[in-house]
Ligand binder design. Sequence first.
Ligand code: GDP
Length: 452
Amino acid sequence: MTDTIAAIATPQGTGGMAVIRISGTDAISRADEIFRPVRGKKPSEMEGYTCAYGHIFRDGERLDDVVLTVFRAPHSYTGEDVVEISCHGGRYLTEQILRTVFCEDVRLAQPGEFTKRAFLAGKLSLTQAEAVADLIAASGENAMKAARSLRDGATFRRIHACSETLLMLLSDLAVWADYPDEDIPAVDGDTLAARLEALLDEMRTLLSTYDYGRILREGLHTAIVGKPNVGKSTLFNALSGYERSIVTDIAGTTRDVVEESIRVGGVMLRLSDTAGVRDTDEQIERIGVERSWQYLEQADLVLAVFDTSRLLDEEDQKLLARLPLERTICICNKSDLAKAWEPETLGFSDSIEISAKTGDRLPKLEQAVERFCARRAVPAEDGLIANERQRSCLMQAIDAVQEGLDALRMGLAYDAVTVSLDAAEDALLQLTGERITERVADTVFERFCVGK
Ligand code: GDP
């Protein structure tokens, strides 16, 4: 038996409607006390998945007319009895109703507590529960698709399959070790090694999806680089929609890095406008230039800007030599002015002519960014590793299986292999939340908002 919790499930602020959610043993009896139906049954007489129209009363005073929905355990989000009250929006009124719900037996829910209860009731795996938070935070279509597939259990199913394979291997080893005298075929070292290798392959493939998960969560780290005055800040402002970087004719005016999160089609970009790269004796500018080179090395995507209205010079050539080809889109800017050279001169297969100032052909750039992201995308329905916690568990499992495989190849006793595979199994169960400490679960749910 758990205590009963309540919270406002809709965002704070003024809106047409708000929903208050109550979950736990006393949810329905509390609803009986504060809700009077206009006609028909009291909440305790209502069946699950039915609703009633009526009024919320406090100390004899009518607060609001509402629609109340009853969910009966275990057929609810949390697996417990749940009541949802849809009332008129508006912060004051909603809070008054929530206060009316509170009593000795009903308290305010902690962040993520509804979802935590769903997890504890076995309604969701931990990876699915985390996806609920990601869905709420999803800022682009791709992120939402991926979170939804996690919510539907895609990652859980893949991890679970790995964990089942491990269990099978462990049971083969155990049977063979425990009954050496019986007529059980010996575990064949080569077959075992092959199965472990296949398992490692699958786990490594899954691990490689982490990078894409990070991009969906944080956005594609994108650096705009180029020598001073080619139009980096103008491009940055054109993409981010308003003037934030300082645009001037004086070379070297973006002294530091300006950052902005913007959406290009279905892709989120964490866009950085860097200081123009050039040789300089000026100390402050030099720090900025060094930072720009760092950004260029670390970025997921580099937008390298060149000015087609002026001849390419040594600074441009230096930049060209340092560009990471597989992560770069070349931008030939100022297409509204007469051309001093042809884009093909750069030798890049993917170069785009635009005018950052007039906005001409910006959609072409947006398409190129989308194409770039699509090349790195993982099909959402396959599931992916969505956060650092999941990645760290998976890496532990991979290391442990690798250890087991090494032990096998060195000809160590099967006991040594068993110990490693046990550790791998443990890491996978922690990943899905099937074996997890209260503390780890709490850190997962702390990320949630109250009411979810
Ligand atoms: P940054 O130093 O690379 O950030 O360059 P800015 O964005 O500050 O631009 C330098 C100058 O070039 C400014 O006067 C801009 O108005 C101008 N500029 C930028 N993009 C274009 C463009 O597409 N066409 C034209 N004609 N001028 C541009």
